[in-house]
Structures are given as C-alpha cells and as structure tokens.
Ligand binder design. Sequence first.
Ligand code: NAD
Length: 440
Amino acid sequence: MSNFIVDPSMPLTGLINLEQPLNLDAYQQNGGYQGAQKALNMNCAECLDVVKNSGLKGRGGAGFPTGMKWSFVPMFDEGDENAPDNKYLVCNADEMEPGTFKDRLLIEGNPHQLVESMIIGARTIGANKAYIFLRGEYFLAAKRIQNAIDEAYKAGWLGNNIQGSNFQLDLYLHTSAGRYICGEETALINALEGKRANPRAKPPFPQVSGLFGKPTIVNNVETLCNLPHIFKNGGDWFKAFSPNSDPGSKIYGASGRVKNPGLWEMPMGMTIRHVLYDKAGGMQDGLKFRGLLPGGASTDFLVEEHLDTPMDYDNIAKVGSRLGTAGLIVLDDHNCPVGMVLNLLQFFAQESCGYCTPCRDGTPWVVEILTRIENGQGALADIDSLEKLCDFMWIGKTHCALAPGAVEPLRSALKYFHDDFLEHIDKGCCPIKHGNKLAT
Ligand code: NAD
C-alpha cells in the first residue's frame, strides 16, 4: 500500500489502521455500530429518507445519486403477498480501475466499517442477504473482512434478530475470479450467479430485477462506507462537510511520477492542483507535468489550464472529463502520451468481454493503430481512423460502459497531445523514446 497518513478528523479513514485494524470491541469503543443501531431503530422508509436527504452520490465512478437509486427498489408492507421472497445488497469491491486503490485501503484498514455499512444498507432496502464481491487479488482484504464478518456474527450484529430487533441479515464474502468487467454491476451479478460475466442489457436495472431476478442494489465500497457516518451524524453534517454542492468527503489518489503517490481523504471539491502539488508533492525532480487522468483510466485527460478545477462531479464534467474514482494518473514530459494511451488500450482490449462488436473489434483495432504510430510506422490517415473509432465505440453504440470508457483517454489525448501523434508520424519514431523530443 502506498503513502497514507491517518487524519483522525476524517470520517471514512480516521480509524484506519493498516498494521492491525480495529477489532469489533475497539471499533465500538470508537463509535462504531452506532449508525447501524440508529438504522435498526427506524423503519425502511425512514432510513431511505436519511440516505436521500444526505445527497450522497456513488463513489465507484459514475456519481449516480444513491438515495434516488435505492428509491427504485420496490417497497412492500409486511405480509404483502406480492413482496418478493428476497432482495439483495451487493458491495462492489472489485476494484480494478487502473490507478485506483481506495477501496483496498478502506477494507484492509477498517473492515468493521464496511460490515456496519452493509447492515445499514440492507436495513434500508429491506434485504436479508448481502454479498461483498471482492477483487480476487485482494488477499489481505479478504482475510480481514471475513474476520470482521465472523466477529459480527458472534456479537449478534449479523444473523437472526440483530441486536434484539426483528431484522435478519446474512453477509457473504465472494472473491472474484478476476476480470475488469466483473466490476460492471450486471456482469458482477452474472458472476455471482455462477454465469459468464457478460453485462446484461439495462433496463431492467438491478434495482428491480438483479441477482436471481430479485431487486438488488449494487454499490461501491466507498459509497457504502459513508452510511455509518451519515446515520450517526445526520445528513446536514454530511452536507456541511464539503464546500460545494457535492456533499461529503472523497478519497483522492495520485499515481505516476509524482514525489509522493498515495491516498488522501478530504472534503469533496478540492482542486486538482491541491491534490497534485500539496498532497502528492508535484512532479519528481527533473520532470515536468504534462497532463493527467482525473479518476482512473476511463476518464478524459486534463492539462495545466484545468489544475484549478474543483474535484467534484459537476466541475470536472464542465471541463470535459469525469471525476471517476478521483485517482489521478499523472503524465510527465519523459513519458510518451501515445505510449501511455497504447498501454491503457491494451488493458481495455484484453478486458473486453467480447459481447458487442464496437468493443470486441474496436479496442484491438485501436491497439493495432497506436502500436503502428508508437513504433514510427504510422501515417496521417491513422489519426483520422482513430477519431472515427472514438465515435464508433461511444456511448449508445456499445453494450456497456467499457468501450466508451476506453475511448475517453484516447479522444482527449488526440486533442491535447495532437502534436505528439504528428511528431511520431513525421519523425518515424517515438521522439521521447529516442530522446530527440523538442522541449515542451
Ligand atoms: P452508470 O452511470 O450506467 O450507472 C451507475 C449506477 O446508477 C448503476 O448502479 C445504475 O444501475 C444506476 N443507474 C444509472 N442510470 C439509471 C437509471 N436510468 N435508472 C436507474 N438506475 C440507474 O455507470 P456504470 O456503467 O455502472 O459504471 C461506470 C463507471 O464505473 C465509470 O464511471 C467508471 O469510471 C467506473 N468504474 C470504476 C471501477 C472501479 O474499480 N472503481 C472499475 C470500472 C469502472
């Protein structure tokens, strides 16, 4: 795990201990499970109001309002014969977005916070079964979360009649066999059902027909981990935490050749400059900043002129990218933007499930063209082809968000680093690899 310094004033990470996370008793002594107790004292509708009023948005990358999403789950009165025999809550912990490692920190550093979150989420939507779908390579996280689940069962926080209430919840850990596409919520549901992890067509959305055809909520680890704090401290506290319209805190990250790569929890809406320079320490000696992907690999590049943009969903969208996971991937002047995009597209091509033509054929086609350009064998017509492929693989033309996500760094690289593409073609080589790049 890279740099992380605990700031006790921060809600999600204030109790993180990566050496030895808090056991159940210690977690409770530090205020843990108070939010869950409050949720147990309320009915589902009251819990849903708390989530809606908080203004929480999904932290997996899309930023969809959590309360609105949960309100699509059908609610039934007790004893209603039309009620489904089950609903499910699924925690998406399949963290595979390149440059993103915030959920790993949360699970390894404070697993009881996630168990408490699952109790509150399940209570709110009226689910009696819940799953944590964990990235297969997160071995330590798997051990620690399973240990926390076992402790919670023993202490009556899971199982039947939780803390003497009439609420019952069984929580299962499922480790992924490993594919990026398993993080797409309907592919994840297929994988949980033991099927091949191809995304499903939406609608129907999982909120109505998800796991085993039943109403299901799938939410990211960081999203869910906000619940104990929202229930304990209230929606107004959550809103007041951030200086702008997107409430709460955010775990920001930075990777690439910065002085201090790592993770930092701060109020939502910190500027990119603050994260890059005050937290990540700026570029390593001898390197200049060229650009960054603000929220994992499937976001558009931003450059120097965007550094004062607040990192929240609306403001990052206004400058043409997405907040995504808020994990900055930073490009310096000694790395080739064409090579970087090629590397990312190789990843997306490998991870395509192959279901739809634009993704199955489009991503390897882009890789082939970028390889040609990077190796100095490209032609001007290749740039034209890449631009056409960006359109061919865009939203509405594909089965899920994988190919449009893959296109985001490509189309923005063609915009901001156009001269680099031209130079490769002009010079017949990668100017940075061959050391004859003109000063930028
Ligand atoms: P999406 O916008 O389609 O959906 C986001 C959530 O909102 C889903 O739960 C969906 O069910 C719900 N939703 C959206 N529209 C709805 C509607 N009309 N009615 C009801 N519910 C609706 O995004 P997505 O495809 O789920 O996720 C894409 C995002 O995932 C990207 O932003 C990408 O950055 C991110 N991502 C993150 C990781 C990671 O490791 N954290 C990995 C891959 C992708």
